[in-house]
Write a protein that binds this ligand. Structure first.
Ligand code: SAH
Ligand code: SF4
Length: 384
């Protein structure tokens, strides 16, 4: 990867106690040894015990770990923390969508969105970075600079905060409200693959939150060289933000395309580990009026993805202040979907959710930042 990220601030201050929630099983075992909580030969068993309390029961206090000896609990509390991050804001939409603004460190604010589905099920849309280095022209997050990659603890914390709010501890095996996770919040997950992969290991562990890897989807704008590693390390479902069927247009909409053009991207997808009819790739396609929504483009899309086990997710464009793009008309979107359906591709049109609380795709963070900035200005005016 030739893109250099400034990750100098990627790790929390060394003096801060380590939050155990962000450690993998192996990391937890090692941390217990390093802190002298237990001897190496007991560490695996002790780690399993602690793991269950953290990830199955969701406890935030070592005192709750009733089958762990009192002096061990005291040692744990001295060396580590299980604290949840601060919730700066919580909003609930008319349609049941919930959004949390979570502060994990000064200046590190993350937005996470829960989107209820039919029945009890629902998807949690998590962020992998604060801001983004890529500048997709239709995306509001793309107008923000990258602040930094999120740590595995900060990714897992988004799931825990949602679980707390949905009152879903201990982790149920079925009939869950939080049944799916999509990495479709802020940031490009494949530029933070190490932490994303650790977080997926933690979230999918059978003795913890136990969400099947088939219910975890990672969305990428097309970081082709990282696709094999994503498949091998996470076995997560793949979503590709395609948005255009030719390089000239994709170069504009998703500038990363200049680096990894469509022929490379499509070859990378065809080679994605584990791709099959039971594990299809999702192509995301944002519907932009007069830009990429013609019937010719729908036919070109069918041709481009021919032979790939896939479904296409048509996303009505969510406008934001200052954008020149508009959302395609509903009839145009339906006509586009009909062409894909006829060619045998499931192509659901994603209903915009949580628009009243600015929780829709591509609207995250910058809006609440704006609202708070304007509230601050107002407070300053009032004070003057
Ligand atoms: N960076 C990753 C994941 C986050 S974006 C990626 O690009 O795939 C999640 C999805 O929201 C992507 O498909 C993205 O293209 C889409 N999106 C971004 N801005 C949008 C907007 N304003 N309206 C609708 N979809 C948008
Ligand atoms: Fe970044 Fe994804 Fe937005 Fe593009 S669409 S700017 S990759 S968050």
């Amino acid at each position: 990867m030739s893109l250099t990220l400034d990750l100098t601030r990627a790790t929390p201050a060394p003096s801060a106690p380590v939050n155990l929630t962000g450690l993998t099983r192996e990391g937890l075992r090692q941390a217990l040894i390093d802190a002298g909580v237990c001897p190496p030969e007991k560490a695996k068993m002790r780690a399993s015990q602690v793991w269950r309390w953290i990830h199955h029961y969701g406890v935030t206090d070592f005192a709750m770990m009733s089958d762990v000896a009192k002096e061990t609990r005291a040692k744990l509390a001295e060396a580590f923390t299980l604290a949840r991050p601060e919730i700066v804001e919580r909003q609930v939409s008319k349609d049941g969508t919930r959004k949390w603004l979570i502060r994990t460190a000064p200046g590190i604010e993350i937005e996470t969105v829960y989107i209820p589905d039919v029945g009890r099920a629902g998807a949690l849309c998590v962020s992998s970075q604060v801001g983004c280095t890529l500048n997709c022209t239709f995306c509001h997050t793309g107008t923000q600079k990258l602040v930094r990659n999120l740590t595995a603890a900060e990714i897992v914390a988004q799931v825990q905060v949602a679980r707390d709010d949905l009152e879903e501890w201990p982790s149920p095996k079925e009939d869950r409200r939080l049944s799916n996770i999509v990495f479709m919040g802020m940031g490009e997950p494949l530029y933070n693959l190490d932490h994303v992969a650790d977080a997926i290991d933690i979230i999918s562990d059978n003795e913890g939150i136990a969400l099947s890897r088939r219910r975890i989807t990672v969305s990428t704008s097309g970081v082709v060289p990282q696709l094999p590693a994503l498949g091998d390390r996470t076995a997560a479902m793949l979503a590709i933000s395609l948005h255009a069927t030719n390089d000239a247009l994709r170069d504009v909409l998703v500038p990363l395309n200049r680096k990894y053009p469509l022929d490379q991207l499509m070859a990378g997808i065809r080679a994605y580990p584990g791709l099959s009819n039971a594990r299809r790739v999702t192509f995301e396609y944002v519907m932009l009026k007069g830009v990429n929504d013609s019937p010719e483009e729908a036919r070109a899309l069918v041709k481009l993805i021919q032979g790939i086990p896939a479904k296409v997710n048509l996303i009505p464009f969510n406008p934001w202040p200052g954008t020149d793009y508009q959302c395609s008309d509903w009839a145009t979107i339906e006509r586009f979907a009909a062409i894909l359906n006829k060619a045998g591709y499931a192509s659901p049109i994603r209903t915009p959710r949580g628009r009243d609380i600015l929780a829709a795709c591509g609207q995250l963070k910058s809006e609440s930042e704006k609202v708070r900035a304007s509230a601050l200005r107002k407070a300053e005016r009032d004070a003057a």
